[in-house]
Design a protein around this ligand. Structure first.
Ligand code: TXA
Ligand code: MG
Length: 317
């Protein structure tokens, strides 16, 4: 079976909502990456997400809802969480909060944890799908487990192929990196909302979020707190060398700023532009004739922290 790729419009949202209502899965763009969505309250539907991705069942999913009120029906919010929601929702921020058991989210979604990862997305296609289905939608990135995240419909098709019946195409994702994940005042996964932005948004007192790099993967009672944050992740199929100033003859170089490369994430050294292009570049590098990939150094400030996080995981095999 080849997946149907259909451009975003009212008809495709209706078709997608029918699939999800029947317990199926659909690939849908968000402002971060393309997601693989199913009804979070339907255990069999959620199981189809894990099966299509080949994702280990101990790795929980993010649940997407239309607004803060819907989020408060499935998770318990404190002052910090409300402040972040007010500042960044709808948008690329995921909050890990105590789950409300009565909310009816399938146990598989949270993989046995007592917390749930929730996000209110901004993208029109995901918002339209939430409105049309009327249920919370579990949605991991729409790629085979451990592969490079998809920022275009074609990436989804090449990674998941016939395992997803319908891909809603609404062009390239604006942020291009997965959402920032925050638990309490700790960043579990750096992303488009930066540590500086989070620190400014927290209510006074208590200190800002800790730095992330040494904080994960974190263990609690033998379970990873952010189980998807394994050292090797987002990985292309080829070896990747970081901080390269020059390509070796067998390398496809992803450049940045003055380091030109076979392609360049941002000639003007704009980190937001580089974030948007990163996964697309990794997909191209993976398909290039050279057997190896190299990447130019990227500054660590702002969203550069998230770019370097993804590159480090892509380089770990
Ligand atoms: O931008 C995004 O967040 C995209 C789009 C589709 O929304 N989704 C995404 O999902 O990146 P996924 O499944 O690829 O990454 C979710 C991450 C995983 O690392 C998972 O371990 C973590 O969130 N996670 C989920 N529930 C959690 C929880 N209760 N506590 C800690 N980490 C959790
Ligand atoms: Mg993912």
């Amino acid at each position: 079976m080849t997946p149907q790729i259909r451009s975003y419009d009212d008809d495709v949202i209706a078709a997608a909502a029918a699939i999800i209502g029947g317990g199926g899965i659909v690939a849908v763009p968000t402002e971060t990456v393309y997601g693989l969505a199913a009804d979070a309250t339907n255990a069999a539907a959620v199981a189809r997400i894990y099966a299509a991705k080949g994702r280990p069942a101990f790795n929980p999913l993010i649940v997407h809802v239309a607004d803060l009120a819907a989020a408060e029906r499935i998770a318990v919010f404190g002052d910090d969480a409300r402040a972040l929601a007010a500042a960044f929702w709808p948008g690329p921020l995921t909050l890990v909060l105590p789950v409300r058991a009565e909310a009816g989210v399938a146990a598989l979604v949270i993989a046995g944890l007592d917390t749930i990862a929730v996000r209110v997305p901004r993208h029109r296609a995901m918002q339209a799908l939430l409105a049309a289905t009327g249920v919370p939608l579990a949605a991991p990135s729409s790629n085979a487990s451990n592969g490079i995240s998809p920022t275009r419909a074609a990436h989804v098709a090449s990674s998941l192929g016939g395992r997803v019946p319908l891909i809603i195409d609404d062009g390239a994702c604006a942020a291009g990196l997965e959402s920032t994940i925050v638990a309490g005042r700790t960043i579990l996964r750096p992303g488009p909302i930066t540590a500086e932005q989070l620190t400014r948004a927290f209510p006074r007192g208590g200190g800002g979020p800790a730095s992330t790099s040494e904080l994960y993967p974190r263990l609690r009672g033998g379970t990873l707190i952010a189980p998807g944050q394994l050292a090797s992740h987002y990985a292309p199929s080829k070896p990747l060398r970081l901080d390269a100033a020059l390509a070796n003859p067998d390398e496809y170089l992803i450049g940045f700023g003055v380091i030109e490369g076979d392609e360049n994430l941002s000639r003007s050294a704009d980190l937001a532009e580089a974030a948007t292009r990163l996964f697309d570049a990794l997909h191209r590098a993976d398909a290039a004739p050279q057997p190896r990939i190299a990447t130019a150094p990227i500054p660590h400030d702002g969203i550069g922290a998230a770019i370097n996080d993804r590159l480090k995981r892509a380089a770990t095999r």
